[in-house]
Design a protein around this ligand. Structure first.
Ligand SMILES: C[S@@+](CC[C@H](N)C(=O)[O-])C[C@H]1O[C@@H](n2cnc3c(N)ncnc32)[C@H](O)[C@@H]1O
Length: 302
């Protein structure tokens, strides 16, 4: 049922990941520029800062010290292994990364070998909605900017829950649209159903980045609760990450970027040209960066 979408996602990342890595490094996600987004941070550092900010917030919100807890983790939508290798090293843990792109899986494995992390990391082409892992396999499920690609958000969270060990932690950061509840005032006062111009804007983003649809953060929270997650916390980090697009757009006009884009082909060129859609999406309060932290219950009655 998802074959067409999955093929598009695979082809998009197969074709564009080499150029992304060459220009922007191994992390294929936003950077973190301080809570209000005002910190001047070099882009690659900002991407590492995002990982650290997500982990620190997990410690604060969930009351767990992650390094004491993690011996194995799953990176859902791992790209070329940016987070997987970072977390494997940081926690001295075994990490498994899954992606739809064989090119990404191969590159992630090569990067692991170069970093002497092959013995503790594995990269597979696998569907996040139907993974090959046994129940209760991982201490941490980490998903950084892949949820927006998933055609069934409920199934995604169900699968994350299934493969987590009891007491395990979920950290998920994903592109969302603004909340639509009538009373849910956003940061710039938007509420109620999405308007026709917002729907058109989203459609353009979906087309270019091969997203079936995105949902709001409260919807993710409701799904996570329905699936059984406990200790749920969410945060809208749009302000903290939105400056990333200025940085990426600026660097996309370098001669190396233009040459690389021409070589990578049309879908990658379209992706680059559409960066303004994301920037404007944040500016008008439509695109939101949603983060969710949660725990799988350990079954102990308290
Ligand atoms: C924007 S990249 C993020 C990569 C990585 N998390 C990072 O931050 O560097 C999105 C990733 O999600 C993966 N993805 C999309 N849909 C997927 C699915 N159904 N199953 C597994 N991976 C998927 C893509 O293959 C790609 O690796």
């Amino acid at each position: 049922m998802n074959a067409g979408l999955y093929q598009q996602i695979q082809q998009f990342y197969d074709a564009s990941s080499g150029l992304w890595e060459q220009l922007w490094g191994p992390h294929m996600h936003h950077g973190y520029y301080g809570r209000e987004g005002g910190n001047q941070v070099e882009r690659r550092q900002a991407q590492v800062d995002l990982i650290e900010a997500l982990l620190n917030a997990a410690t604060d919100k969930l009351g767990v010290n992650l390094p004491d807890r993690i011996s194995s983790f799953l990176d859902v939508g791992c790209g070329i292994g940016g987070s997987t290798l970072y977390l494997a090293q940081k926690f001295n843990a075994s990490g498994t990364g899954i992606t739809l792109s064989p090119v990404q899986a191969a590159r992630a494995s090569a990067r692991a070998a170069a970093a002497h992390l092959s013995p503790q990391t594995t990269f597979l082409v696998a569907d996040a909605l139907n993974t090959p892992f046994a129940d209760n396999s991982f201490d941490l499920v980490w998903s950084l900017e892949s949820g927006e690609h998933m055609p069934d958000k409920h199934k995604l969270l169900q699968e994350c829950y299934r493969v987590l060990k009891p007491g395990g932690t979920l950290i998920l950061a994903t592109w969302c649209h603004r909340p639509t509840a009538p009373t849910g005032l956003g940061s710039i006062g938007l509420s109620g159903p999405l308007q026709p111009s917002e729907l058109r804007h989203l459609k353009q983003i979906y087309r270019v980045y091969h997203l079936p649809y995105v949902i709001s953060l409260p919807e993710y929270e409701a799904i996570a609760r329905a699936v059984g997650f406990l200790n749920l916390h969410t945060a809208d980090w749009s302000d903290a990450v939105a400056p990333f697009w200025d940085d990426v757009i600026r660097s996309a006009f370098s001669p190396a970027a233009i040459f690389g884009l021409l070589r990578a082909g049309l879908p990658t060129i379209k992706g680059a040209l559409a960066m303004g859609l994301m920037k404007n999406g944040y500016r008008r309060g439509l695109i939101r960066y949603g983060v969710l932290w949660a725990t799988k219950g350990d079954g102990v009655m308290r």
